[in-house]
Design a protein around this ligand. Structure first.
Ligand code: F6P
Length: 318
């Protein structure tokens, strides 16, 4: 059995830990692992090499992805799909294991439909926005990175009695923002899933001032739009100084946390078990405390919901 591993889309800390475990578990089962480099671009351009136990040595602690990645629009075209199919055929791959987010899974579906190859998906994204799984690889690390940064910003916010609006990633969702808010004690959390009112924020800021709290942290999910514009509106309406800090790509990099590494290793083990059992087109998921799996169709057709009470709790205890 020949298995191609690929990490298309945004990298997430723990992808390497996942690849390491998946390659080694595959070899233990007597399978032949291959790395497909630079995401779907590498699949189209036949950037493929065989992997062995040593080639994934020393990477459990490394962020990013040793397979590298790319955003590849060509895989959505008939020409791109044909080229991908040729690469799969040339290396006689039986399985494609996709470590990434739902955009990568949608690409995998198209490839499977066109070529007939069996696909196993492993959710890895700092956004934690994949339906069907409680957590994605890399999410915990990104939350820790953002919280560490906010703890530092809090120091200067307190010294200067300033309000900080801190932009975090998350694409169209607020899962990362909500977790970061809860863990950093932020006073406000703005996410695309729920409406917010500048007036209400200013009213609360005023109450905070009267109660002796002179600084504040507003966690702003990037999916809410223009952070500077929103900061300007709050500044004008409240008369307070509002500084903006976009945390940016530091959230995607860095050594994976222990939790991201453990999840990555368990997801990898389950993925190889699915291959050994001859399962096709499944996504490995975390459900409660259990690692299990579900169909790709289900994951792609569902919408993960952000828990409103989490945001309310963050705001109540801030
Ligand atoms: O999906 C991960 C993510 O980091 C999002 O949080 C962010 O919106 C996006 O990727 C950035 O994408 P790119 O790497 O194309 O700039």
């Amino acid at each position: 059995m020949k298995i191609g591993f690929i990490t298309p889309g945004g990298d997430a800390p723990g992808m390497n830990a996942c690849l390491r475990a998946a390659v080694r578990e595959s070899i233990t089962h007597g399978f032949e692992p291959f790395g497909i480099y630079r995401g779907y671009a590498g699949l189209i351009e036949d950037d493929v090499a065989s992997l062995d136990k040593r080639s994934v040595g020393g990477i459990i602690s490394r962020g990013g992805t040793i397979l590298r990645s790319s955003r590849c629009e060509e895989i959505k075209t008939p020409g791109g799909l044909r080229a991908a199919q040729q690469t799969l055929k040339k290396h006689a791959l039986d399985y494609l294991v996709v470590i990434g987010g739902d955009g990568s899974f949608a690409g995998a579906c198209r490839i499977s439909d066109a070529s007939g190859i069996a696909v196993i998906c492993i959710p890895a994204s700092i956004d934690n926005d994949v339906f069907g799984t409680d957590e994605t690889i890399g999410f915990d690390t990104a939350v820790n990175t953002a919280v560490e940064a906010i703890d530092k910003i809090r120091d200067t916010a307190t010294s200067f009695e300033r309000i900080f609006l801190i932009e975090v990633m998350g694409r169209k969702h607020g899962f990362l923002a909500a977790a970061v808010s809860l863990a950093s004690g932020a006073e406000f959390t703005l996410v695309p899933e729920f409406r917010y009112s500048i007036k209400a924020i200013c009213r609360k800021l005023d109450q905070h001032r009267k109660a002796g709290k002179l600084s504040g942290i507003i966690v702003f999910a990037e999916g809410c739009g223009d952070a500077r514009a929103v900061a300007g509106l709050i500044e004008n309406a409240s008369g307070l100084q509002v500084r903006v800090s976009a945390l940016g790509y530091i959230q995607r990099g860095g050594d994976p946390s222990a939790r991201s590494r453990i999840l990555a290793t368990q997801f990898a083990e389950h993925a190889v078990k699915l291959i050994a059992a001859g399962k096709r087109n499944r996504v490995v998921v975390l459900s409660g405390c259990r690692i299990t799996d579900t169909s790709i169709e289900k994951v792609l057709s569902g919408k993960k919901k952000l828990d409103r009470p989490l945001l309310d709790l963050a705001s109540r205890v801030a």
